[in-house]
Design a binder for this molecule. Structure first.
Ligand SMILES: Cc1ncc(COP(=O)(O)O)c(C=O)c1O
Length: 435
């Protein structure tokens, strides 16, 4: 592609093509990549951006990590696709082995590979229903579990994920999710779960609960201490399976391979995707071996699930996630990000309601008034747009679309972070100017 330095005409031409051909239902920004490496993206105008979104958590190892690129190239030259149910290949087994090593607890664990986070969620639910012979699934407010019919049914934000696309999947029950900043403590949420099992569905009918240890789309809400432990205990009492959705929070984002590890709970099943492929599309489910073997042969799988090229990439990415040095780096990196966000919050106390998260999965929730906590959705949107103009890629999240999330690749340099946070703070100040 010809690079049109600085004039914006290449972007304008591509944007016109996009509008002509690509469904308007896919939300996009007017930004087209030419190449990317580490935490930096160069667009078709030759402009460089610092990427604080990382494909929404898919690029913990950065853009085009050399070892992943090499593995992809080598694998693509040998064979690109088989369909695992037709002809097996060792890369699938090696990827699953490493994914199982990410599942916290004693084991033995087993796994299977799929294509996307939503597909992993679908499969975890199928396994849980089959294993328990029960139908109901309990999910939580602020949860996001994908855009398939079941995924959106489990998701708690109607706009944009559900509106107009019902009827939703049956036998989904939603309990309050903890959100201490907005008045729902871990204890209250736990009480809400207990109440749901009295008022809406008998626990003997519940196959599983599904919960993200750090709710991502919901606004980067880490589970308060005691909540996951409490839910898991109730589950154990009633034979309900616990599914940890690690699609966004897993793969070293919080320092450990899974985020639930911070809470000392071993889930029965876990879902993985995003950064697992080092930028390639792959996902999976891990779980107790007895559960993972319960569905009859042919009941799970799919044409491209665990594609060999994606597996080759995942093997490299998973080796990195499992490397204690990488984990130590992720923890230090997260502490650095937290300090930078806290410093911004201190300098802008009226509008930064809260900085929160776990490890390097962090966000700040913005408000128009610290006392009333009125969500600053419009200003947050303005920050994202201003940042793009100034060379920083940002994305909002949260029930009220007023949280700026930081999912910058864990390989970002000091210079990337200095520049990125400088732009972020400038845009914040400008978006709230006059307040
Ligand atoms: C926690 C969680 N679960 C599931 C999904 C769905 O993943 P995918 O978009 O790969 O289907 C996401 C995506 O953001 C997610 O954050």
């Amino acid at each position: 592609m010809a690079v049109d330095q600085g004039t914006g005409t290449a972007t304008a031409a591509l944007q016109a093509e996009r509008e002509r051909w690509v469904s308007a239902s896919v939300s996009t920004q007017p930004l087209f990549v030419e190449r990317a490496h580490g935490a930096r993206i160069t667009d078709v105008e030759g402009r460089e951006y610092i990427d604080f979104v990382g494909g929404i958590g898919s690029l913990n190892c950065g853009h085009t990590p050399e070892a992943v690129v090499q593995a992809v190239q080598e694998q693509a030259a040998r064979y690109m696709h088989q369909m695992y149910s037709v002809v097996q290949y060792p890369e699938y087994i090696e990827a699953v082995k490493r994914m199982c090593a990410c599942h916290p607890g004693e084991g033995p664990f087993k796994g299977l590979l799929l294509n996307s986070g939503a597909e992993a969620v679908e499969n975890a639910v199928k396994i849980a229903r089959y294993a328990t012979g029960r139908d109901a699934i309990v999910c939580f407010d602020q949860g996001f579990h994908g855009r398939t019919l079941l995924g959106m049914s489990l998701t708690s934000k109607p706009m944009p994920y559900k509106k107009g696309m019902g009827p939703y999947a049956a036998e989904i029950y939603r309990a309050p999710g903890p959100y201490p900043y907005r008045g729902i403590s871990g204890e209250q949420a736990l009480e809400g779960f207990r109440k749901l099992l009295k008022t809406q569905i008998d626990p003997t009918q519940v196959a599983a609960v599904i919960y993200e240890p750090v709710q991502g789309e919901g606004g980067f809400l880490p589970a308060p201490d005691g909540f996951i432990q409490g839910v898991a205990e109730i589950c154990r009492e009633h034979g309900i399976l616990y599914i940890s959705d690690e699609v966004q929070s897993g793969m070293g984002r919080t320092g450990t391979p899974s985020a639930i590890e911070h809470y000392g709970v071993s889930p029965d099943l876990a879902t993985w995707a995003k950064s697992m492929g080092g930028g390639m599309p792959i996902s999976g489910v891990t779980g107790r071996a007895d559960l993972m073997d319960v569905v009859h042969p042919g009941g799970l799988g799919g044409t491209f699930g665990g594609n060999p090229v994606s597996c080759a990439a995942a093997i490299v990415a998973l080796d990195q996630v499992l490397d204690p040095d990488f984990q130590a780096h992720a923890i230090a990196f997260g502490a650095d990000l937290r300090a930078r966000l806290d410093a911004i919050a201190e300098r802008h106390p009226q509008v930064v309601g809260e900085v929160r998260g776990l490890g390097a999965m962090l966000a700040m929730e913005l408000v128009t008034d610290r006392e009333t906590k009125e969500p600053a959705a419009a200003e947050t949107g303005r920050i994202v747009a201003l940042a793009r103009e100034r060379g920083l890629i940002l994305m909002a999240s949260g029930l009220y679309s007023n949280a700026i999330r930081v999912l910058v690749p864990l390989v970002a340099t000091e210079e990337d972070l200095d520049e990125g946070f400088r732009i972020l703070e400038e845009c914040l100040a400008d978006a709230f100017a006059g307040r």
